[in-house]
Design a binder for this molecule. Structure first.
Ligand code: HEC
Ligand code: HEC
Ligand code: HEC
Ligand code: HEC
Ligand code: HEC
Ligand code: HEC
Length: 380
């Protein structure tokens, strides 16, 4: 289809060139008899809507300049984490070339990269799947529309599929760790200063996955996966990109109020996005988690899990760790140690909400439920 259309454009140009020739035949002969009418040709395939004009409208500098400008001030272009993408462990999400390799071949360069670049136009865009926009819709030449497995989770086998370009986002904005399970003497041995779902669990919250509550007596139901209207009626690009009116076509990735107004007419954006009660509950939960007492651990390469619990000189009294999470300046940090699973589950939900960074908006019902249940469990 693509070639046919391009061939069509070429034919127009070629026939225009032909018309210039053969204008100087000297003596014209007498006119012959009229020929018989030919048979009707086969109906042609519909052309691209607006043909070249629509291509130009989207490819013109006037359209692109504000997009380039928006991108160049966004975290996708200037965030500090793009420096991390030289490592093969981080390149698929923190390096433009690593991401392209990952999407095109299913893997990054196993030796890592000498240079790590921020995500640019060419990372998210490639070429049009077809030029038949009338039948196939305009794909905006987005690099991938494929469904995306949550590839770092061992305990959940799940594939995200929004059926649109939001699938591109899901490749990176996905959790990198499973929720805690008992892994030592019925407790949770926590050995990472970066514990939590990592910074991009937005897909999981929108879906309604990854909360931890196996030890809780639930005071509120846990909403079903995909239940929320934000998942059923929207996806990343609907709230973060479409309906922007500043010419950026959403390339700041900051959600704009227009994107909410279709479903929440008349509520100002700044008001709509803040759920005071939820944030108050989350903060109360944080305060409690800072006082939780666990047992200190020390590295021991011979032990299962690489760590052993520490005891005082009497050999019986555990050496305490105070706080399963603690606040350092403005940041919440997890602490290494051996903790009751219930404390670990509440702390996981706390960090999950924190790392998602939407203050619960991605899935208000799920966020309220896991935070309320965590708070109730800690206050039991
Ligand atoms: C709604 C916007 C839009 C429309 C309409 C559109 N394109 Fe594109 N096109 C893009 C985007 C975005 C890219 C990604 C590459 C980039 O950054 O320019 C792209 C990429 C391309 C590329 C690949 C460029 C490359 O470097 O490989 C070609 C060729 C192309 N478009 C041709 C066309 C033609 C021909 C039409 C009309 C039939 C058309 N486009 C209509 C948005 C559009
Ligand atoms: C190649 C991986 C990748 C893809 C694809 C990707 N992102 Fe990101 N995104 C990131 C990283 C990494 C950051 C953080 C950059 C930094 O601050 O260092 C980020 C930052 C953001 C931010 C700003 C967060 C903040 O802290 O201000 C938003 C919003 C966002 N992305 C939304 C999206 C949406 C929507 C899509 C899909 C259209 C998308 N991203 C596609 C990796 C990606
Ligand atoms: C599955 C994709 C993925 C992988 C793999 C990944 N990250 Fe990220 N990371 C993200 C996303 C998405 C963000 C941005 C989320 C946001 O801003 O909300 C991010 C953010 C960050 C940030 C910025 C945090 C901040 O708030 O400023 C750092 C630092 C970071 N990652 C380090 C790493 C390192 C180091 C590795 C490799 C060991 C790694 N990441 C692997 C997806 C990933
Ligand atoms: C994080 C991924 C991402 C990056 C980076 C990105 N785009 Fe896009 N772009 C998208 C998505 C997603 C859409 C919209 C798809 C949709 O609405 O279905 C889009 C749409 C567009 C459109 C069509 C807009 C419209 O309103 O019709 C143009 C043109 C475009 N991008 C150009 C660019 C250029 C130029 C750059 C680099 C400065 C760039 N994009 C960087 C993801 C990205
Ligand atoms: C229902 C609308 C909606 C949907 C759907 C949605 N978001 Fe958001 N997102 C928001 C709002 C609102 C915020 C908070 C922005 C603010 O505080 O101004 C946010 C925050 C974020 C942030 C943190 C931005 C920051 O400045 O710290 C990231 C990253 C993000 N979203 C990525 C995504 C990704 C990836 C998807 C798809 C998996 C997605 N969002 C789906 C509305 C949405
Ligand atoms: C596809 C339609 C749709 C879009 C788009 C949408 N929402 Fe919603 N949103 C809903 C519906 C429906 C509910 C009510 C869900 C329920 O309680 O059952 C809701 C609930 C909420 C809630 C929870 C209110 C509460 O206190 O319980 C917040 C907050 C919210 N939306 C914010 C936003 C923001 C901010 C945006 C834009 C970035 C947005 N929504 C975009 C449909 C949408």
């Amino acid at each position: 289809m693509k070639n046919l259309k391009l061939f069509g454009y070429l034919m127009v140009i070629a026939s225009a060139l032909l018309c210039v020739q053969c204008t100087s035949d000297p003596v014209p002969g007498p006119a012959g008899a009229d020929g018989i009418d030919g048979i009707n040709g086969i109906d042609g395939v519909d052309g691209v809507d607006g043909s070249a004009a629509s291509c130009i409208a989207c490819h013109a500098n006037e359209k692109r300049d504000p997009i380039i400008e928006a991108w160049s001030g966004a975290k996708h272009a200037i965030g500090g984490s793009w420096a991390r993408g030289t490592s093969s462990r981080c390149a698929e999400c923190h390096n433009n070339e690593g991401f392209i390799d990952f999407i095109e071949t299913g893997a990054v360069n196993e030796n890592g990269y000498t240079v790590s670049n921020p995500l640019n136009c060419n990372g998210c865009h490639d070429s049009h799947r077809s030029f038949d926009f009338e039948t196939d819709g305009n794909d905006y030449a987005v690099r991938t529309l494929e469904a995306v497995p949550l590839r770092f989770l061992d305990n959940i086998d799940y594939t995200i599929d929004y059926g649109n370009a939001s699938n591109t986002c899901a490749n990176c904005h996905q959790p990198r760790r499973d929720a805690p399970l008992a892994n030592l003497e019925g407790k949770f041995l926590q050995t990472s200063t970066h514990w939590g779902p990592h910074h991009g669990p937005q897909t999981a919250l929108l879906e309604g996955l990854l909360g931890a509550y196996s030890t809780f007596t639930l005071v509120e139901d846990i909403p079903a996966t995909q239940e929320h209207p934000h998942r059923q009626g929207a996806s990343c690009i609907d709230c973060h990109m479409r309906e922007t009116t500043d010419g950026s076509s959403g390339h700041t990735w900051t959600p704009a109020g227009n994107n909410c107004a279709t479903c929440h007419p008349g509520v100002p954006f700044e008001e709509l996005k803040v759920m005071d009660d939820l944030i108050a509950d989350w903060e109360t939960l944080g305060g409690i988690l800072e006082t939780v007492v666990g047992q200190a651990v020390i590295e021991d390469s011979t032990a299962v899990g690489g760590y052993i619990p520490l005891f005082e000189a009497d050999g019986i009294t555990p050496v305490p760790v105070v706080g399963i999470v603690i606040k350092e300046g403005d940041e919440w940090e997890p602490q290494v140690g051996l903790f009751d699973l219930k404390d670990a589950e509440a702390a996981w939900n706390f960090l999950y909400f924190y790392e998602d960074k939407s203050d619960g908006v991605h899935n208000p019902k799920y966020a309220k439920s896991i935070i309320k249940n965590s708070l109730a469990a800690m206050q039991e």
